[in-house]
Design a protein around this ligand. Structure first.
Ligand SMILES: CC(C)(COP(=O)(O)OP(=O)(O)OC[C@H]1O[C@@H](n2cnc3c(N)ncnc32)[C@H](O)[C@@H]1OP(=O)(O)O)[C@@H](O)C(=O)NCCC(=O)NCCS
Length: 218
């Protein structure tokens, strides 16, 4: 049986994780978050503690943590800080795979990796600690995904792609085979990335052009 789980964060990302924990029958000790959206049914009935420091009242050998703080481009530091802070204090983060995800037995997931429903991770792929592999993401064979990445819903990562730390790949983006993405870069929603990118870059997708159509092309 698993140790009791402390969920850090009480928003949308946490609610998805809590549902996965419930499906997998993990005992949830508490949600730790300065605020919690009581209208989220999935979070109702779980003990709520307000301060991050509430974690310290639990022995680090008796509980596991789950990082329920979401991550968006330009807004990922809190999630990373929480992971680093509690690791330093001796706590362990649960690696959580949805029962509706498919993860090859020849893939490796680092500590605290979260794999959401309908995601597929193929053989030879390694995912670094504290990364989110979100809903319906496909990661093909032999990729190396760095620490603190967020691969957002529906992104497709072809074989042998390498991402460094703190990379964000937006929803519906496609990264073709063998591309390398350097630290702290962002691939925008819906972008097709066919080339390596240096650190601290944002990849924007082609712009959609909308014009009036009178039924025929001139
Ligand atoms: C790429 C991204 C980070 C750019 O952010 P940004 O630099 O703040 O972009 P802005 O909002 O200033 O937009 C600048 C322009 O680019 C367009 N644009 C930005 N991102 C775009 C995208 N992904 N697709 C199409 N157009 C986009 C905007 O419409 C805007 O166009 P305009 O100048 O004609 O108005 C962001 O749009 C993105 O894709 N974020 C991903 C979000 C995500 O992962 N969500 C999932 C959470 S689970």
């Amino acid at each position: 049986l698993s140790k009791p789980v402390l969920v850090i964060g009480g928003g949308g990302h946490a609610s998805v994780l809590v549902e996965m924990l419930k499906q997998l029958k993990y005992p949830i000790a508490a949600i730790i978050s300065p605020e919690i959206d009581e209208t989220r049914k999935v979070l109702q009935g779980i003990k709520h503690q307000l301060k991050d420091d509430a974690v310290l009242s639990y022995d680090c050998k008796e509980v596991v943590l789950i990082n329920g703080i979401g991550s968006l481009p330009g807004n990922s530091l809190l999630r990373i800080d929480v992971f680093k802070r509690f690791k330093k204090l001796g706590y362990t983060f649960l690696t959580l795979v949805s029962p509706h995800a498919i993860v090859s037995q020849y893939a490796e997931l680092g500590e605290g990796v979260q794999v959401m429903p309908s995601a597929v991770i193929q053989p030879g792929t390694i995912v670094g600690a504290n990364s989110i592999i979100n809903t319906a993401v496909s990661i093909e064979h032999d990729c190396t995904i760095g620490m603190h990445n967020h691969i957002a819903p529906g992104a497709v990562i072809c074989g042998e792609v390498v991402t460094a730390e703190k990379v964000h790949i937006g929803p519906g983006a496609v990264v073709i085979q063998s591309v390398k993405i350097a630290e702290n870069s962002v691939v925008g929603a819906g972008a097709y990335l066919t080339k390596n990118i240096e650190e601290n870059n944002i990849v924007y997708p082609c712009k959609v052009i909308i014009k009036k159509f009178n039924g025929k092309f001139t």
